[in-house]
Design a protein around this ligand. Structure first.
Ligand SMILES: *Cc1c(COP(=O)(O)O)cnc(C)c1O
Length: 391
């Protein structure tokens, strides 16, 4: 009888960082089993429904046989047109729908697969920490070498590209950036993108901007696209997603936009992995991109942000300022705590689950993230409990 070998996992699996929330997840499960009504402020997933006109477009598309068959790998022409129209209207950026847009199954699809197209074993990918974990894991899955770019409060959570050692820069193929940022909620000014583009152009690095929170902005702040900067398409692509903008996280639709050669390679990888976006979802995506924007949604997040900050300021985070974008709050843990010990303390005392900052990389240690994507009543219940927190 044949048996599975010892050491079943491929070596690359051991390079995926350990799951840091196992301890807290266990605790949450135990609390729930004991009847505690744990309020989850840990996951960033919009709680309000996908707008009705988008759902209607999907419902209308569903019965038609042409929407039930394999989709084109590169998206319907009408979807690519809608993306181009949206980029023009929102950023005044011209992109060629045939060659400079690649629809994806959500941006995680594009982000995780890009290294397969661009990275050979031993090549370096510049990965911010704290950051969305897929920049790191996508790199190691492709046998690339992540090089960590520390993001620090005193730099406005922007990486210091000049500090990357020359020997690393020489081997670097991809630079990941993400503003408005998850988890720090930081934004980047236009001149930062200019500097990053100069750095990438000088060193032959592909600038990849992950931009899912471009529309989750407050008090008149408008997030710039890297593609607004003249010549950006020579070295840059931008990953966008309908997930956060239109409450469509479960639908799986996004797009990569920018440098034609990079998108062609990413498309080639994807033709060997997936079979295109469900046409019904593409129709919904077109309705989303061509329909009204989602400003009312930002009003909801903004109100939650101020109610939450009021409580946090009373608790001792006196300098906490409302970020201009994203539905996250990123705060330092009190003295004497680590990220995990504080998250665990909040869970014990208040039955509220927050994300320990080190889950986003080593430079997230000493912080925690709150997500404002729970219904208002749940958030208010969480805030009532947090008011009584002692530490
Ligand atoms: C949510 C998120 C994504 C992925 O979104 P998709 O649902 O895959 O489009 C990518 N990057 C960051 C930083 C995110 O927060």
């Amino acid at each position: 009888m044949t048996q599975l070998r010892d050491g079943l996992a491929a070596r690359r699996m051991s390079r995926i960082p350990p799951y840091l929330f196992a301890e807290i997840d266990k605790k949450v499960a135990a609390k729930r089993a004991a009847g505690v009504d744990v309020i989850a402020l840990d996951i960033g997933d919009p709680d309000t429904p996908t707008p009705g006109h988008i759902v209607d477009a999907a419902r209308d598309a569903l019965p038609h046989v042409e929407n039930q068959r394999y989709a084109s790998y590169f998206g319907m022409p009408a979807l690519r047109q809608a993306v181009a129209g949206w980029y023009k209207g929102r950023f005044d950026v011209d992109v060629d729908p045939d060659s400079e847009i690649l629809p994806t199954l959500g941006s995680k699809d594009g982000i995780s697969h890009l290294p397969f197209a661009l990275v050979d074993p031993g090549d370096v990918v510049l990965v911010p920490s704290p950051g969305y974990p897929v920049y790191f894991t996508g790199t190691v899955m492709a046998d690339g070498e992540p090089h960590i770019l520390p993001l620090r409060a005193e730099n406005g959570w922007l990486p210091d590209l000049e500090a990357v050692p020359a020997a690393v820069v020489e081997r670097a193929r991809i630079l990941w950036l993400n503003y408005p940022n998850n988890p720090t909620a930081a934004t980047a000014p236009r001149d930062f993108y200019e500097k990053a583009l100069t750095f990438c152009r000088r060193n032959g690095i592909v600038l990849c901007h992950d931009f899912p929170y471009s529309e989750v902005t407050f008090r008149g702040y408008r997030a710039p696209s890297v593609l607004e900067i003249p010549g950006a398409k020579e070295v840059a692509i931008e990953f966008h997603s309908l997930s956060k903008t239109f409450n469509m996280t479960g639908w799986r639709i996004g797009m990569a936009v920018g440098n034609e050669a990079v998108l062609r390679l990413l498309g080639q990888v994807k033709t060997n992995i997936d079979s295109g976006i469900f046409p019904v979802v593409q129709r919904a995506g077109i309705a989303a991109l061509e329909g009204p924007d989602n400003d009312a949604l930002n009003g909801i997040y903004e109100a939650r942000q101020s109610r939450t900050l009021e409580v946090l300021r009373d608790l001792g985070w006196r300098d906490a300022v409302a970020p201009d974008a994203t539905f996250y709050l990123w705060l330092p843990v009190p003295d004497g705590y680590t990220s995990v010990s504080f998250a665990s303390h909040v869970l014990d005392q208040a039955g509220v689950n927050v994300t320990p900052g080190n889950g986003f990389g080593e430079y997230g240690e000493g912080y925690f993230r709150l997500s404002l994507t729970v219904p208002d009543q749940r958030l208010d219940e969480a805030l009532e409990r947090l008011r009584k927190l002692t530490f």
